[in-house]
Design a protein around this ligand. Structure first.
Ligand code: ATP
Length: 637
């Protein structure tokens, strides 16, 4: 990971933040909305503890991601530097600031519990290989097997407990999952592997089983400082409980409205029930939003008030700015990418550094067209989450297979396809399913359909897979022939690398990847009814929280964009209207009259005059595919 940029000097804490930072109770929860300075207060708490004589090595700080841990370490280091209290580098490096998984790993490696076997960490790919080797796929096409096994671990259930639950409920799908889980754990054990979920589970097992061991480990810490407490799951809560048995104080910050990880067993009940769950509890609230304009605070507040299961929080915007929120209703993803380019260039023209801008989206494929367009136009960018478009699994399969079918001697195409069961299956089916005697664009569309249909993983990931496969097929079909496509790919890959190499860059990220961050200008792209809330999500409150997190990353400029067609006719997300409810007319700006019409129309108006209208019958080729696009204009920008 690259080193984070030096943090800006931090402001002194306000009175509410000071009270929270200096709280004396045994269990403290600081409950507050976005931008109210929770992380800032956590840094303040840390410094306060040092002032009180606490040793840095005995203050454990947990963050949600490893990147956040590094940023926090940096922020604390900078504050100590400002106060001429620099730490010895070795001490600084060893400060226990990590994710809860990271801390479990550290403890297991340095102080293994009695009976814990030596282990290697298996990352996501290694775990997927175990699943493939042992055919641990589940009949239910909704969730990935490793997610299902992970969810058991998040609830501290071993295979025996999973089996008992399945039998008690007499549920065939649960039984299948529990049996597969048992085989997965046996396979991991044979290879001496621990996956991520095993770390906390093993540590908890050791702490629970052995009182002396528990006493020793719990004796390491006097303070546990937990950021993003809303995303804690049962296994993590248990770990904290056990690490407190020697009297460590718990100090947590969180916002139930930003709980985004229910699918990883995060449970807002932990933050909602904090006071009943911990000894000598004290609740502190922060009410001043230092991040966002009055407009953004009002719009986000109106949105989140639609959720029922939450703590209601009043927020006072520190900034009185009523700068308007912009709504842009575009024709399609290509038009949206072009629009985003205009927005970022416009802001850069007004002097805003690139790194103060972000484009956020619910589903990775929404970002792909934008990623390519910005890179092509020479805008420096970094992609968080999914990564470079041409390296993504389904994209490589489409590009590789289309090129290989067009020219069986194209060795680069073979390399692009890679190897594995999925590739074998595709190559086996291609001669039967694909007519190679058709022009290049039609060939690409057939390949897109085949990749989407045959090689798709289950669940939401499968929907993303489908969309990425179709986006890649669309881009390929826009070229005249395979040679033109190869040239396009190369040029775009080069511009993406060039764009990434520069330090000052626009961030493109999924909303999940934007947690805890802030930018002066944020475009939330793909605000459409089937993406926000996502069509595959059963939890509408969590979907609204996602939109809330996206909107509240913005300091001054917030743009919500939607397309009238994204492979099929699309309608705006209901969340846009919910946000506008909180605003006055002067706080809303429409990109153009069509955007206003599209937002308020019962049936979406047609595309702008002068643009070729994509005909619905073409969609019959395949749900989700479209044909007849104009060639990518190589001269624009
Ligand atoms: N007392 C203060 N005075 C001025 N600015 C502040 C103060 N406290 C926090 N800020 C600023 O407010 C912004 C948000 O702070 P921070 O990231 O700590 O909020 P947060 O509550 O953790 O947000 P989120 O929940 O969205 O992650 C930052 O730019 C921070 O510098």
């Amino acid at each position: 990971m690259s080193e984070p940029a030096p943090p800006a000097a931090e402001s002194p804490l306000d009175p509410e933040q000071c009270l929270a930072a200096e709280a004396g109770a045994e269990s403290v929860l600081v409950l507050a909305g976005p931008g109210t300075g929770k992380t800032t207060t956590l840094v303040g708490r840390y410094l306060h503890l040092l002032d009180q004589g606490a040793a840095a090595s005995r203050i454990f700080v947990s963050t949600f991601t490893a990147r956040a841990a590094e940023e926090l370490r940096f922020r604390i280091g900078a504050r100590l530097g400002e106060a001429d209290r620099e730490m010895a580098p070795e001490l600084f490096r060893r400060m226990p600031i990590a994710t809860l998984h990271g801390m479990a790993l550290r403890l297991l490696q340095r102080h293994p519990p009695p009976g814990c076997p030596p282990f290697r960490i298996f990352d996501e790919q290694a775990c997927a290989r175990v699943v493939a080797r042992h055919h641990l796929y589940l009949g239910d096409d909704v969730r990935k097997p490793t997610d299902v096994f992970g969810a058991y671990k998040d609830r501290l259930m071993d295979p025996a407990a999973a089996l008992a639950e399945a039998k008690a409920r007499n549920d065939a799908a649960l039984l299948e999952a529990a049996e597969a889980y048992g085989r997965y754990q046996r396979a991991l054990a044979e290879e001496g592997g621990f996956d991520f979920g095993d770390l906390i589970m093993e540590l908890v097992r050791g702490l629970e089983a052995d009182e002396a061991y528990r006493g020793r480990l719990a004796g390491f810490f006097d303070h546990l400082l937990i950021d993003e407490y809303q995303d804690i799951n049962p296994a993590q809560e248990r770990m904290l409980r056990l690490l407190r048995t020697q009297g460590a104080r718990l100090w947590a910050v969180g916002d139930d409205d930003q709980c985004l990880y229910a699918w990883r067993s995060a449970d807002p009940a932990f933050i909602l029930g904090f006071e009943a769950a911990w000894p000598d509890p004290a609740l502190y609230r922060l009410s001043r939003n230092y991040r966002s304009s009055a407009t953004i605070v009002a719009a986000a507040g109106a949105l989140i008030s639609g959720n029922r299961r939450r703590h209601v929080k009043d927020q006072v915007p520190h900034s009185a700015s009523r700068l308007a929120l912009t709504i842009a209703g575009l024709d399609d993803d290509e038009d949206e990418a072009e629009y985003v380019l205009r927005v970022v260039r416009g802001l850069a023209g007004r002097g805003m550094p690139w790194h103060e801008m972000a484009v956020l989206y619910r589903a990775g494929h929404v970002g792909s067209r934008i990623q390519i367009r910005l890179a092509e136009a020479g805008v420096p960018l970094v992609v968080r989450g999914a990564g470079e478009f041409w390296q993504l699994g389904p994209v490589r399969l489409v590009a590789g297979l289309a090129r290989l079918l067009a020219d069986p001697r194209d060795m680069d195409a073979r390399a692009l396809l890679g190897h594995g069961k999925r590739v074998d299956k595709l190559l086996q089916q291609a001669p039967e399913k694909i007519d190679t005697d058709v022009p290049w664009p039609a060939l690409c569309r057939q390949v897109g359909r085949l990749v989407s249909a045959t090689a798709r993983p289950p669940g939401e990931e499968g929907l993303q897979w489908r969309d990425l496969a179709f986006t890649a097929a669309d881009l390929a079909a826009e070229c005249a022939d395979a040679a033109a496509f190869i040239a396009l790919m190369e040029e775009q890959r080069r511009s993406l690398r060039r764009a990434e190499a520069q330090g000052d860059a626009v961030v493109l990220s999924t909303i999940h990847g934007a947690k805890g961050l802030e930018w002066s200008a944020v475009v939330v792209a793909g605000c459409e009814a089937d993406l926000m809330p996502h069509e595959s999500s059963p939890d509408l409150e969590e979907e609204r929280r996602l939109m809330y997190v996206a909107a509240t990353r913005a300091k001054r400029w917030l743009v919500l964009s939607f397309a009238a067609e994204r492979r099929k006719t699309a309608v705006p997300s209901p969340y846009i209207a919910e946000m506008l409810e909180g605003l006055d007319e002067d706080q809303i700006r429409y990109h153009d009259t069509l955007s206003r019409a599209r937002l308020h129309a019962k049936a979406p108006p047609p595309a702008k005059a002068g643009k070729p209208v994509r005909l619905r019958p073409e969609l019959k080729v395949s749900a989700g595919m479209r044909k007849g696009r104009t060639p990518l204009k190589r001269t624009r920008g």
